[in-house]
Design a protein around this ligand. Sequence first.
Ligand SMILES: Nc1ncnc2c1ncn2[C@@H]1O[C@H](COP(=O)(O)OP(=O)(O)OP(=O)(O)O)[C@@H](O)[C@H]1O
Ligand SMILES: [Mg+2]
Length: 310
Amino acid sequence: MTENAIEIEGLRKTYAATGRSAAKEALKGIDLNIPRGSIFGLLGPNGAGKSTIINILAGLVNKSAGRVNIWGFDQDKNPRQSRAAIGIMPQEPNLDPFFTPRGSLEVQAGLYGVPKSQRRTDEILELIGLTDKAEAYARSLSGGMRRRFLLGKALVHSPQILVLDEPTAGVDIELRNMLWANVRRLNEELGMTIILTTHYLEEAQEMCDEIAIINHGELITRDTTANLLGRLDSKTMVITPAEPIAQPDVPAGITVASRKDGSLAFTYKPRETSAEAVLAAVHAAGIRIADVKTEEADLEDVFLALTSSR
Ligand SMILES: Nc1ncnc2c1ncn2[C@@H]1O[C@H](COP(=O)(O)OP(=O)(O)OP(=O)(O)O)[C@@H](O)[C@H]1O
Ligand SMILES: [Mg+2]
């Protein structure tokens, strides 16, 4: 059996033209394997094709071409098993307004054929912090509660793979932390494979072991988060001078910029220029240092470098 939770090969999707819009080629041949037990991030700008991939995994959108294997089951040959292995928290909440959270979770469990004796409705309500809203109409839930409820719905059949499409969009910080704590726990304690999309790159940087970046329906790159961060060979040393000073001349390999607060930002490539050399340049320019800090490239820089040129 394969070590991958998901295997995607040559995945293509063209949405058919409608009266109002032309046909759209949303996925142009994606190859992607997602290892079991990982927390995997799917990143990309608006319209890149992330939700299309996720909705194909969920069986909500039909692919135009390619092969999708979920937990060892080919989606076309074993649709039932491949669907049972995955739970999806969709980007667009689609709630039945007159159902209660408890009622909806029970219906969902029924749809997946989970026998009454094996249902975990109370446990899930507890996990998503909706125990006291268990009997409320869905339409009376706040936006954040609805998103939590969707997470609960994705979990009723105890899937091996949990997919979260923009789970924290429009969610407050406290709730976001709670959501991520839960997701981490599912990953660590149950070994659940987690796949997520997010527009908060710090969040991806913090949560994900590996990341794939999609743009215009193509896979731009896929790497461990650490490797991605290491790819941008750039560091900045920010010096606050003891007394105001004009922008100095610096040797090749270092660039300098004055900042509004009077500090000087020296940017260099750590693989070519040492911090020692930067400090030597600072001293040579006669700058006395009142304070110093360094700034490293973050996922946002990597992301922009990879997606903005296209
Ligand atoms: N049902 C649909 N019918 C026609 N075109 C669609 C449909 N769903 C998505 N698209 C188009 O396919 C492309 C990819 O959309 P998708 O929703 O997969 O992007 P995304 O990466 O999830 O973006 P976002 O970050 O905004 O959620 C977009 O150009 C979008 O307009
Ligand atoms: Mg989307």
